[in-house]
Design a binder for this molecule. Structure first.
Ligand code: RNT
Ligand code: ZN
Length: 416
């Protein structure tokens, strides 16, 4: 008897698509999974300091990871339910201090991340990294690298340089690149008196931070349109960082799809960036009315982002990272759902007849193009996705939930 997979393969073959090739391509596309979904972006280095910087987690679902051990255990549980190549994305605030030691953000060293390197080796993960320029007393009046206070600015410059060195240590220890992505909250709640000078100070800070090239480190800067309490002006805007990256080889412009005006689509920006940069780092998230960082769903924009990556042959040029944090649902499930959705979107894109669709566009056969694009939406991708999960040794969509619920009962709910 034909299996669902056999039937699906035949349907896809009629469009000229090799399902096995799509499956092995999907397996190789690394997804960088952010550690901060597990603890509501709090980190370990500031002893319960609240999340600040214009970003916010909402919800109080039980079981937040409070220690490195808990976060690692939760992350491991999540990735045991996710197939394909994976990386872990850390923030500087996740430093692990041992033997009563403590280092402020400007004095962080690779040894404060030694346990993460061990963890990454054990779990076969590359590491990506981020300076943490928020949730810290040296953020003064909402400013870091653009502050008029030279002491503040120098502190954050030192922090970012320390982070790049740590990123280089990750790359060296793990034999894979480390994306070191810089996002700062700097901005104003209300109409500024001077928009230019803060940007010039940020530019000068970046020049200091990126003065030295570091092996294995891919540097990126992440723009934003506004933050909570910083609604009127963001120093590190889209044009600011795009210009900076374009004029500083080796520094890339990271696109976070929660950081633009609501009708601006990152799916449309990827190809524009590919014209000018050899790499395009991404933060894939889901903004709901604002930069809310909801768990990524398999919606139209996610699929379109994946389609742009795949059909432009850019699976190695785009660095796919996730960036969401929902504290209102089981956090392990949030990781599993969001990451698997990213992979499903990629699979959807890998199962499309791109050459044929492109030819229809070039022939101005827009009626047929629309017909085919819509037909593709109901092709039997589910059977192929199930096969992917099977071949990766992870449960199918309707099979993993019990594992997470058992973990919630036995581990998360006991955290008090
Ligand atoms: C904030 C940015 C940034 C953070 C993480 C925690 O708006 O998206 O990437 O979400 O670094
Ligand atoms: Zn982001």
């Amino acid at each position: 008897m034909d299996t669902a997979l056999d039937l699906a393969k035949r349907r896809y073959a009629s469009l000229g698509i090799d399902v096995d090739a799509a499956l092995s391509a999907l397996q190789r596309i690394p997804i960088s999974i952010h550690c901060w979904q597990g603890d509501d972006v709090l980190g370990f280095d500031t002893d319960g300091a609240a999340l600040s910087g214009g970003i916010q987690t909402t919800g109080s679902y039980p079981g937040r990871a409070r220690t490195p051990e808990e976060l690692m255990a939760d992350f491991e549980k999540a990735i045991s339910l996710i197939g394909g190549a994976k990386r872990i994305n850390l923030h500087a605030s996740y430093a692990i201090f041992e033997n009563g030691e403590h280092a402020d953000r400007d004095a962080l060293l690779p040894r404060h991340f030694a346990k993460w390197i061990d963890f990454a080796k054990k779990s076969n993960l590359g590491i990506d990294f981020n300076p943490t320029c928020f949730s810290h007393p040296m953020v003064r009046d909402g400013l870091t690298l653009s502050s008029p206070d030279e002491e503040v600015r120098a502190f954050w410059v030192r922090h970012c340089i320390a982070c790049r060195r740590i990123a280089a240590a990750f790359a060296q220890a793990l034999g894979t690149h480390c994306l070191c992505n810089l996002w700062i909250p700097d901005g104003f709640k209300d109409v500024p008196a001077d928009r230019l000078t803060p940007r010039l100070r940020l530019k000068d800070s970046l020049d200091q931070i990126f003065a030295q090239r570091l092996p294995g480190v891919i540097d990126s800067v992440e723009s934003k349109v506004f933050g909570i309490g910083l609604e009127a002006y963001t120093v590190g805007s889209a044009e600011f960082y795009l210009g900076y990256a374009a004029s500083h080889p080796g520094v890339y412009d990271l696109l976070d799809n929660g950081h633009y005006h609501p009708t601006e689509m990152v799916s449309d920006k990827i190809s524009a960036m590919l014209c000018h940069f050899d790499k395009v780092p991404l933060h894939v998230t889901r903004p709901v009315r604002w930069d809310s960082d909801h768990v990524v769903r398999l919606d139209d924009e996610l699929r379109e982002i994946a389609v742009e990556i795949v059909r432009n042959d850019a699976t190695e040029r785009t660095l796919i990272g996730l960036d969401f944090f929902d504290a209102s649902i089981n956090r392990v499930a949030a990781w599993v759902i969001g990451t698997r959705n990213m992979q499903k979107a990629l699979l959807y894109a890998l199962l499309m007849p791109h050459a044929k669709l492109r030819a229809l566009q070039d022939q101005a056969a827009f009626t047929e193009l629309m017909m085919l694009q819509e037909a593709i939406k109901v092709m039997p991708m589910g059977a192929v996705w199930d096969a992917f999960c099977r071949s990766e040794g992870v449960p199918a969509d309707d099979e993993w939930f019990d594992t997470v619920m058992a973990y919630e009962r036995d581990v998360l709910r006991k955290r008090g």
